[in-house]
Design a protein around this ligand. Structure first.
Ligand SMILES: *Cc1c(COP(=O)(O)O)cnc(C)c1O
Length: 420
C-alpha cells in the first residue's frame, strides 16, 4: 500500500464549496487515498473526470434530468402531524424512501455511472450490504445498457433475498463472497480486488461516503441534492430555510452527508448522526464505529475503525444490514471529532420501536436503517433506556426538526415480522 497524498497534492485543489476537505481528500486527519500502486492511475483519472464533470453544465443537466424524470425528485418534505404531536415538536420527514428503488442510494449511482460512461468504461462493479446499493447500481446499468457485477457477502445474500432476486432480474451478476464474516466489509475487499485486476475497462461504483479520495467527496456531492431540496421546501412551508435539527442515520455516511451538506456552514443548525449500537455499545455486538473506533485505514481511507489492540478489524453487528460496517466515512469522523455533529448510538430494540411508532402514527414503514434516525426522537424526548444521547437535551415545542427517512421498509419485512 502506498499513500498517494504527496503526488496528489501537486495538482490543482478540487475546491468543494461546502465540505471541510482539502485538495488531498483530507477532512482534518481523516481521509486521503491509501491504495495499491496498480490503482494509482485509475484514481488519478477519476479525480480528473470528477473535477471536470461536476462543474460541467451538460453533465449536470443530464444528471438532474434523470433525478427528476427517473428517480422522481424532488422527494417530499412531509410535515408529520401525528408524530409532531406525539413528540411535542415540529417534525418534518425527508422522504428518500419514495425514490425509485426505495432509498437514497440511486442519487449517487446515477451520478457515478454517468461519469463512468463519459470516461468510456464498459463494465461496472459495486459492493452491497443490504442490497440497496446493488439494486440501485444494477438499475442504472440496465437503464444505460452496461455490464454489471455486484459483490455481496454470502451472509447478506441469504438474509436479503428479495434484493438479490431484483439485482438478477435487472440483468446483473451477483457474486457471493465467502471470506470473513461474509458481509459488507468482505464484499468491499472483493470488489477492490476485482478493480485491481481490471483497471482499464472497469468502474467501481462505491455506495457510500467511504473509500479513497475522491469517492467520499463525490458521493457527498451527488447526495447533496437532499439538503438542497430541504432548504427550499422548508422555506416554502415555514418561511425559513433553516431547521433547528437535522437527524440522519450513518452506515458509511452517505444519506447523512447529503442531508447535512447544505447546512454544514450554518452554525445554528444542529446535526445529529445515529449509528448502530446493535445489542448495546458495550455489548461486543455493535456497529457503533464513532463511539468505539480508533484511527486506522480501511478500504483506502484513514478514518475511525472498530479494531482490536493489534489492529485487527472487529466484526460489526447490527440488525440492519445497511449499517453493519466497521468503518465510517472520513467526513463523519471529522464532523464528530470536531464537534460539528453530535453522534448518538441506537440499539436494535430502539430502532424496532421507532419503526413501529412511525408506522402506526403516519402509515410509513421505514427501512431499519432509517429507523435508527427516528429513534433519536425517543432518545431526546423520552430519554430511552440506552441513555447514550450524551447531551440530554429536549426539543422545544417550537423546534423544527428534519429527519431523513433514507429508505423504505419493504426489504425488512421479515425482520419486522419476526420482532414486532
Ligand atoms: C445503505 C443505506 C443506509 C446506510 O448507508 P449510508 O451511506 O450511511 O447512508 C441507510 N439507509 C438506507 C435505506 C440504506 O439503504
Amino acid at each position: 500500500m502506498e499513500n498517494l497524498d504527496n503526488t496528489l497534492s501537486k495538482e490543482k485543489a478540487m475546491a468543494d464549496p461546502f465540505l471541510p476537505v482539502d485538495e488531498n481528500g483530507y477532512y482534518g486527519p481523516y481521509g486521503g487515498a491509501y491504495i495499491p500502486e496498480i490503482l494509482h492511475s485509475n484514481v488519478e483519472n477519476l479525480k480528473k473526470a470528477y473535477a471536470e464533470y461536476i462543474d460541467d453544465p451538460d453533465f449536470m443537466a443530464e444528471y438532474e434530468n434523470l433525478l427528476s424524470e427517473y428517480v422522481g425528485r424532488p422527494t417530499p418534505l412531509y410535515y408529520a402531524k401525528r408524530l409532531s404531536e406525539h413528540y411535542g415538536a415540529n417534525i418534518y420527514l425527508k422522504r428518500e424512501d419514495l425514490c425509485h428503488t426505495g432509498a437514497h442510494k440511486i442519487n449517487n449511482a446515477i451520478g457515478q455511472i454517468l461519469i463512468a460512461k463519459r470516461m468510456g468504461k464498459t463494465r461496472i462493479i459495486a459492493e452491497t450490504g443490504a442490497g440497496q446499493h446493488g439494486v440501485a447500481t444494477a438499475t442504472v446499468c440496465a437503464l444505460m445498457g452496461l455490464k454489471c457485477v455486484i459483490y455481496m457477502g454470502a451472509t447478506d445474500v441469504a438474509r436479503q433475498r428479495p434484493n438479490v432476486e431484483r439485482i438478477k432480474m435487472l440483468g446483473a451478476e451477483v457474486r457471493p463472497v465467502e471470506s470473513g464474516n461474509k458481509t459488507l466489509k468482505d464484499a468491499t475487499n472483493e470488489a477492490i480486488r476485482d478493480w485491481c485486476s481490471n483497471p482499464a475497462d472497469t468502474f467501481y461504483v462505491i455506495g457510500s461516503t467511504v473509500g479513497p479520495h475522491p469517492y467520499p467527496q463525490m458521493v457527498a456531492r451527488f447526495q447533496s441534492v437532499i439538503s438542497r431540496e430541504i432548504r427550499k421546501q422548508l422555506k416554502a412551508q415555514t418561511g425559513s430555510e433553516l431547521p433547528d435539527y437535522v437527524i440522519a442515520c450513518i452506515g458509511g455516511g452517505s444519506n447523512a452527508a447529503g442531508a447535512f451538506y447544505h447546512f454544514l456552514k450554518e452554525d445554528s443548525v444542529k446535526l445529529i448522526a445515529a449509528e448502530a449500537a446493535g445489542l448495546g455499545v458495550d455489548s461486543g455486538e455493535s456497529a457503533a464505529t464513532i463511539h468505539l473506533g480508533k484511527e486506522g485505514i480501511i478500504h483506502g481511507s484513514r478514518t475511525l475503525v472498530m479494531q482490536t489492540e493489534d489492529g485487527q478489524i472487529v466484526e460489526p453487528y447490527s440488525i440492519s444490514a445497511g449499517l453493519d460496517y466497521p468503518g465510517i466515512g472520513p467526513l463523519h469522523a471529522y464532523l464528530a471529532k470536531s464537534g460539528r455533529s453530535e453522534v448518538t448510538a441506537v440499539t436494535d430494540a430502539e430502532a424496532l420501536s421507532a419503526a413501529s411508532t412511525l408506522t402506526r402514527l403516519e402509515g410509513i414503514i421505514p427501512a431499519l436503517e432509517s429507523a435508527h434516525a427516528l429513534a433519536v426522537l425517543d432518545q431526546m424526548q423520552f430519554a430511552s433506556e440506552s441513555g447514550r444521547y450524551a447531551h440530554n437535551r429536549r426539543f422545544g415545542k417550537d423546534d423544527v426538526i428534519v429527519v431523513n427517512v433514507s429508505g423504505r421498509g419493504d426489504k425488512d419485512m421479515e425482520t419486522y415480522l419476526a420482532h414486532l
